[in-house]
Design a protein around this ligand. Structure first.
Ligand SMILES: [Zn+2]
Ligand SMILES: [Zn+2]
Length: 256
């Protein structure tokens, strides 16, 4: 079984095509997909889709993306109820993104902190989006060590890997592991060295298409390219990696 632990099937680009692309993914062996929310409406949509398509292996995560943090004073109160839905298995994506700085850093930090406290309160894992902000993020996360953390689209390099592993963090890798760029080479170094039990795979669809589809709209079926490159880098079989990632995801999300 393959698993896409981070996709935006609820996005404008993919929503109308949801049924077809979920079917394509399942035909490729992707039996579980986690839809990630980025703002209030988006999170409601993710939760609703995870129920509508529960028979097809969909799950949801609810949160406010760091880009959107300036629009919020608090965690939407409705999130308390939504977080109790059966298919909602995580809080996020939350974190810090200093690469684009779409929201002021103070707003990002404030909402990040609120998400971590909320995740503790409802006892769910967090999905972290951290870009060019590892120092600040680690400082905030150290206080919340007890949380289960998934560093989505991990980009901290070997530099931060030990710290992340020390907090029991999982790293999720996407299309970037397949690209022919210098930063992707750095990422592949991480992929070769990280313990097998800390690896998860994702597409971040509709973004981040893997080679050979780079530049095109991404979808969960393409997670197979991520698996095959990681397996190749680690000198293991595709089947062996799939089994390990399946175990990792089960342990992390607590799903059946
Ligand atoms: Zn993200
Ligand atoms: Zn995302």
């Amino acid at each position: 079984m393959l698993i896409d632990t981070h996709c935006h099937i609820n996005s404008e680009e993919l929503r109308l095509d949801a049924r077809a692309l979920i079917t394509r993914a399942r035909d490729e062996g992707v039996k579980k997909m986690l839809i990630v929310g980025c703002d209030y409406e988006d999170s409601c949509e993710a939760a609703a889709m995870s129920e509508d398509f529960s028979h097809l292996g969909l799950y949801a995560s609810i949160g406010i993306h760091p880009h959107e943090s300036k629009r919020y004073d608090e965690i939407p109160p409705e999130f308390r109820k939504i977080s109790g839905m059966k298919r909602v298995v995580a809080i996020g994506e939350t974190g810090l993104d200093y690469h684009y700085d779409h929201s002021p850093k103070d707003d990002q930090k404030r909402m990040f902190e609120l998400h971590l406290r909320f995740a503790e309160e409802v006892n769910l894992p967090v999905i972290l989006h951290i870009r060019d902000a590892m120092d600040d993020a680690m400082e905030i996360l150290t206080v919340h060590r007890g949380l289960k953390m998934l560093f989505h689209c991990y980009s901290g390099g070997l530099e931060y890997l030990n710290e992340v592993l020390g907090m029991g963090g999982m790293c999720s890798f996407g299309g970037a592991v397949t690209w022919d760029t210098k930063s992707s080479e750095t990422l592949r170094e991480v992929v070769r060295k990280i313990p097998l039990e800390n690896i998860l795979c994702e597409t971040d669809a509709p973004y981040m298409s893997p080679s050979p589809l780079r530049g095109r709209r991404n979808e969960p079926a393409n997670v197979k390219y991520v698996y095959s490159r990681i397996a190749e880098e680690r000198g293991m079989s595709f089947a062996e990696l799939s089994r390990a990632v399946e175990d990792n995801a089960k342990r992390f999300f607590g799903w059946e």
